[in-house]
Design a binder for this molecule. Structure first.
Ligand code: ADP
Ligand code: MG
Length: 421
């Protein structure tokens, strides 16, 4: 260790884990360097002792016998870095300097929010408070609601809030992504079909409107519905009756419809691509969610909210630095809240030493931007649809398959592919 002293560091060297633990209990050290395989105890025990005595301590571990398991354990334990032996002094010095910089930066830079509100819908900006007002008024009525906003702004979340604060709260909430269902299948999806109504249908299929009886149907991407089918939907909204394909008579259902779109439907009406009468019918109350870049004041709240969520989920203790938050507040967020959520998940999992700094945010922005702006792939949309229906049916696969209009076997296959079987 004398080379460190030559470099100007003051060093306390010990010869056993027992001695190391005793020193760590008595004194606070900013940096601890330990071999992994020492004696009957290991560097991982030293790591734990050092971090519990001083959570800000940078622990550098080294070993000649590194394995995936030891690296995992070191990462989980919050090691600052992990060096394979043999190494040269420059390598060790470089890591120590990095630890010093990070310790200096960590001082007083941590961003904190004292009382994060206990709610699922985060945001205290004027724009969001206006939305809460409208939701609280409209929820208890049975009025149709149209929610507009870019992808990822929280349209589905608002729809769920409306449902949960309505008289139908105990009934089902069934989301349907109209944009991801083939136009030819949308009718049987929504209205159902009798056995034999078309080739290959060997049993009755319950439509979404029936499955959601006494509840709420969330029609997402309503702007993607074909003109032809728009008339049928309009009739349904007027009569609240369904006639499954192949059925001889209609029957009444009791559902509320909340619709959403990320397209400018008003313009589609002007261009003759969307029926004006259906537009009026859906648009009894309109809620427009502002893009995240128009409510930058909410970024800090949202970031901390998601950080807490993912820290809990992954058993981490990642902390967000002020500088990181500033970069986030300046970013344009083309993918809105969903992108922020994904980024916090990634940052919480990947934060080196549990510290999310400016560089980490810039890296994350760079690595996720192309995919976010390119939009979701078809498989993603389908997977999301499946997850939603499963959530609405509390994981009941036969019902979910019914609502999705696919065989149970097909659903199992898709779940397997999604890694959810
Ligand atoms: N204000 C918010 N507070 C907390 N989470 C939000 C908020 N807005 C959106 N989210 C989350 O972001 C993700 C995307 O929201 P979602 O409602 O699916 O957006 P959209 O339907 O507009 O694409 C969801 O996980 C949702 O829970
Ligand atoms: Mg959505």
């Amino acid at each position: 260790m004398t080379f460190l002293e030559l470099e100007g560091f003051s060093v306390d060297a010990v010869a056993s884990t027992r001695e190391a633990m005793a020193r760590l209990a008595a004194d606070s050290y900013p940096i601890v360097i330990s071999d992994i395989y020492v004696d009957e105890r290991t560097g991982l025990d030293v790591l734990e002792a050092a971090r519990s005595a001083n959570p800000g301590c940078a622990v550098i571990l080294m070993t000649a016998r590194g394995t995936m398991e030891t690296v995992m354990a070191a990462t989980r334990g919050g090691a600052f870095d992990y060096i394979a032996k043999p190494f040269d002094f420059d390598r060790m010095l470089e890591v120590i300097h990095r630890a010093e910089t990070s310790l200096a930066a960590a001082e007083g830079d941590e961003s904190e929010i004292d009382d994060l509100p206990e709610t699922e819908m985060i945001g205290s900006s004027a724009g969001m408070v206006d939305i809460y007002k409208v939701v609280s008024r409209v929820a208890p009525t049975d009025a149709s609601v149209l929610i507009e906003g870019e992808t990822g702004t929280g349209k589905e979340l608002v729809a769920r809030m409306i449902h949960r604060n309505s008289l139908r709260a105990d009934g089902p909430f069934v989301p349907v992504d109209c944009g991801s269902i083939a136009p030819s299948l949308l009718e049987s999806e929504l209205f159902g079909a009798m056995k034999g109504a078309y080739t290959g249908s060997d049993r009755d299929r319950v439509g979404v409107f029936e499955a959601a009886n006494r509840g709420t149907v969330f029609l997402d991407e309503i702007g993607d519905i074909e003109l032809q089918f728009q008339l049928k939907l309009l009739r349904f909204l007027q009569e609240k009756e369904i006639r499954p394909l192949g059925a001889s008579r209609s029957r009444p259902v009791d559902v509320r419809v909340v619709a959403a779109t990320n397209r400018d439907v008003q313009k589609m009406v002007e261009q003759g691509k969307f029926r004006e009468d259906l537009w009026f019918r859906l648009n009894v109350v309109r809620i427009t969610l502002p893009p995240l870049c128009e409510r930058r004041g909410d970024v800090a709240l949202l970031a901390h909210f998601f950080l807490r969520k993912y820290n809990q989920r992954y058993g981490q203790n990642a902390r967000l630095m002020e500088s990181a938050l500033r970069s986030m507040e300046e970013y344009s967020w083309p993918g809105n809240v969903r992108q922020l959520q994904h980024m916090m998940e990634r940052l919480a999992i990947l934060a080196p030493g549990g510290r999310i700094d400016d560089d980490a945010v810039k890296d994350a922005i760079q690595s996720m931007e192309p995919r976010e702006t390119a939009g979701e792939t078809l498989a993603d949309t389908e997977a999301e649809q499946i997850r939603r229906v499963l959530a609405a049916t509390s994981g009941n696969k036969s019902r979910a398959a019914k609502i999705l209009g696919i065989e149970r076997k097909t659903l199992y296959r898709k779940l397997e592919r999604m890694g959810l079987s």
